[in-house]
Design a protein around this ligand. Structure first.
Ligand SMILES: NC(=O)c1ccc[n+]([C@@H]2O[C@H](COP(=O)([O-])OP(=O)(O)OC[C@H]3O[C@@H](n4cnc5c(N)ncnc54)[C@H](O)[C@@H]3O)[C@@H](O)[C@H]2O)c1
Length: 334
């Protein structure tokens, strides 16, 4: 397998570092508009070689491409790679518009190539544990999901904080709920003004799944603290996922109003039971994501986060943008 990595800015080097571990990858081409960045990768990692600029580099004999460039370039680069006959893994979010995502999905189908989106949190062992807790019924019915993903920077000028960070939360919510919300609302503000292209640096997004089940996402580049905390509240138990707690990232609280003796909620009495921190075997999610990409290619099947999964997240971001423009009005998800 010959793999071309396009874009070696902030995130691309993590892809190259993980690709080197795969024995089926015999050669890694590295392409960046800034040649010095690509040269640095080639000097650092074995089995890498300097590739020409994309899209021309897609014709240099590669089997697959990983697109790790700014969001606006995802669709044209992925399209060129698919047309050149390559399997394509595109970093999140898949594209800037759902029309672009739909076009890529149709093209991948036509060319019989795999199209995957890098929803890396889908592959995190902690997220798999949350999914297991919900699927096994241990948490009961999910009543709400509340996520905080904040830190200072990294400020981007090409997208706002919602396009940058919320794809992580939206893909986790999808893994848990296995369905789309019915409506999305978002309000935001720009607290740090880029001189030419100011973007929202803080967004509060609400997702309405019907039946009172809500999702909430707070993403923010202007926070003194780095926080990555998600509460999944079920009507039997509640889980808290703290992504920056290295020893106990998940805690399951046997708390609520549910009475196991009668199998009913016992409003307004509260029940406080044990708190358990399940052991989660660690593995770098990026490596699991790449293994899924190569597995899907080898087996000729859709990857777990395929083009359709990428499209669903883009649709939620588009609905969020419409709501932002209308002061937080709820927007129905198509
Ligand atoms: N999964 C994650 O946790 C995660 C984290 C960070 C970024 N990302 C995603 O990765 C992508 C890149 O983000 P980044 O932070 O690395 O951006 P970046 O701006 O730091 O790097 C992008 C690089 O792409 C290069 N580039 C642009 N167009 C190119 C072209 N046509 N050919 C070759 N190189 C080209 C630029 O020169 C730059 O070096 C984005 O989609 C972002 O959302 C994902």
């Amino acid at each position: 397998m010959k793999v071309l990595v396009v874009g070696t800015g902030y995130w691309g080097p993590n892809i190259v570092r993980n690709l080197v571990e795969f024995s089926e990858v015999e050669c890694i081409g590295v392409s960046d508009l800034d040649r010095a960045k690509a040269e640095k990768m080639v000097a650092r990692f074995p089995r890498t070689r300097l590739a020409g600029p994309a899209p021309e580099a897609f014709g240099e004999g590669y089997d697959a491409a990983v697109i790790v460039t700014p969001v606006d370039s995802h669709a044209p680069l992925a399209e060129a790679a698919l047309r050149a006959g390559l399997h394509v893994l595109v970093e999140k979010p898949l594209t800037r518009t759902s029309a672009d995502a739909e076009r890529l999905i149709a093209l991948a189908e036509e060319k019989n190539r795999r199209l995957m989106v890098g929803h890396v949190f889908h592959y995190k062992p902690e997220v798999r544990e949350l999914v297991r807790l919900v699927e096994s019924g241990e948490l009961g019915n999910v009543r709400y999901m509340d996520s905080v993903r904040v830190n200072l920077g990294l400020f981007r000028s090409d997208v706002n904080v919602m396009w940058d960070l919320a794809p992580h939360d939206l893909s986790i919510f999808e893994a848990i709920m296995k369905r789309m919300p019915e409506r999305v609302s978002a309000i935001g503000a720009c607290h740090v003004h880029h001189p030419t292209t100011p973007q929202e640096t803080m967004v509060l997004m609400t997702l309405d799944y019907g039946d009172g089940c809500l999702g909430h996402v707070h993403v923010n580049w202007f926070s003194p603290l780095k926080q990555r905390t998600m509460v999944i509240a079920g009507d039997r138990k509640m889980a808290v996922y703290d992504d920056i707690n290295p020893t106990h990232p998940i805690k399951v609280y046997d708390r609520g109003t549910y009475d196991p003796a009668t199998d009913t909620p016992m409003y307004p009495a509260l029940r406080t039971g044990e708190t358990v921190s399940p052991h989660v075997k660690q593995e770098e999610p990026l490596r699991i994501q790449l293994r899924e990409f190569f597995g899907a290619i080898a087996e000729g099947r859709a990857p777990a986060t395929d083009g359709a999964a990428g499209l669903r997240v883009v649709k939620l971001l588009e609905a969020g943008m419409r709501s932002l423009a209308e002061d937080g009005r709820f927007v129905n998800v198509a």
